[in-house]
Write a new protein. Structure first.
Length: 285
């Protein structure tokens, strides 16, 4: 793995040719393999870092990615059941607790940034269908994080703290719990995009308490169920801003129902074809 820089902007690009060897690395790859994430196939993954459950009945496993994009890149398998989806598992709070635990571990030893994300389904970038998420220590601050961190730092008041009440007033609040607000962002970039925002102002998942972990697990399950009714593929992005007290972390979620095409790739500006009000109706079913 190497990091190169765009000659015009200096934007980092990660080169990881080894990832070409992973299952379904290319769009037209249809090869079927024995699932390495299923019970009984543990020897097909690198040695595990963490396990929830015992040797014969585990619920969550964490191990290094066999095809890492960066030096420290882990896989979090969220269920032993091959056909499970996140909305159907009983151990969802344990999974979110593992997210926070691994984030803390990597953030403590691998600054400056830790990316936590889920690719579910081929269209969303998953190479293996068994439910899992990934966490990776990035050797630079990603451009999106840098831009949002600067925006938080320069704002007179936290944009997300004020956004919760504004979206509630405008009918763009999908649901809320004691700890989180689930909204359809007014300026969504993707069809049926949603944000899950902690009500307590905090900059990263590392500071979530036990109640917030349980509440977030429930929100993610509700969002997953709603997105699966729309598409077989979806993404979760956990946006954290370590070291920036003014920033407010959140989870960005969206089903994959449209493509990123030439306009978006050239301009960096997204075209959304679904009104956020329609997202609220669809997610609330």
């Amino acid at each position: 793995m190497t990091v190169r820089r765009n000659v015009i902007t200096g934007q980092p690009i990660v080169f990881a040719p080894e990832r070409a060897g992973r299952p379904h690395a290319f769009i037209d790859d249809t090869a079927e393999e024995v699932c390495p994430f299923c019970p009984g196939n543990e020897s097909q993954t690198p040695p595990e870092i963490l396990r929830v459950g015992d040797d014969t009945s585990w619920r969550v496993r964490v191990f290094p990615n066999k095809y890492p994009a960066v030096e420290t890149h882990e896989v979090i398998v969220e269920s032993s059941r091959h056909d499970a989806s996140f909305d159907s598992i009983e151990a969802a709070p344990e999974v979110v607790a593992v997210f926070a635990e691994r984030y803390r571990a990597l953030a403590a030893s691998h600054p400056p940034y830790v990316a936590l994300f889920k690719n579910h389904g081929r269209t969303a970038g998953a190479s293996i269908s068994h439910i899992h998420s990934q966490i990776a220590a990035i050797p630079f601050v990603p451009p999106r994080i840098e831009a949002e961190r600067n925006a938080f730092a320069n704002a007179r008041e936290c944009p997300l703290c004020t956004a919760i009440e504004w979206h509630r007033r405008e009918g763009l609040l999908i649901a809320e719990s004691e700890s989180f607000a689930w909204i359809a962002p007014h300026a969504s970039a993707f069809a049926y995009q949603q944000w899950v925002i902690p009500k307590r102002h905090q900059s990263e998942i590392a500071t979530f308490d036990d109640r917030e972990v349980r509440d977030l697990a429930g929100m993610l399950q509700a969002s997953t169920a709603a997105m699966r009714a729309i598409s077989a593929s979806h993404n979760w992005l956990f946006l954290s801003f370590p070291g920036e007290a003014a920033a407010h972390c959140y989870v960005d979620l969206f089903p994959r129902v449209t493509n990123v095409a030439g306009f978006e790739l050239e301009t960096g500006t997204y075209i959304d074809v679904v009104d956020p009000a329609a997202t609220v109706r669809r997610m609330s079913r």
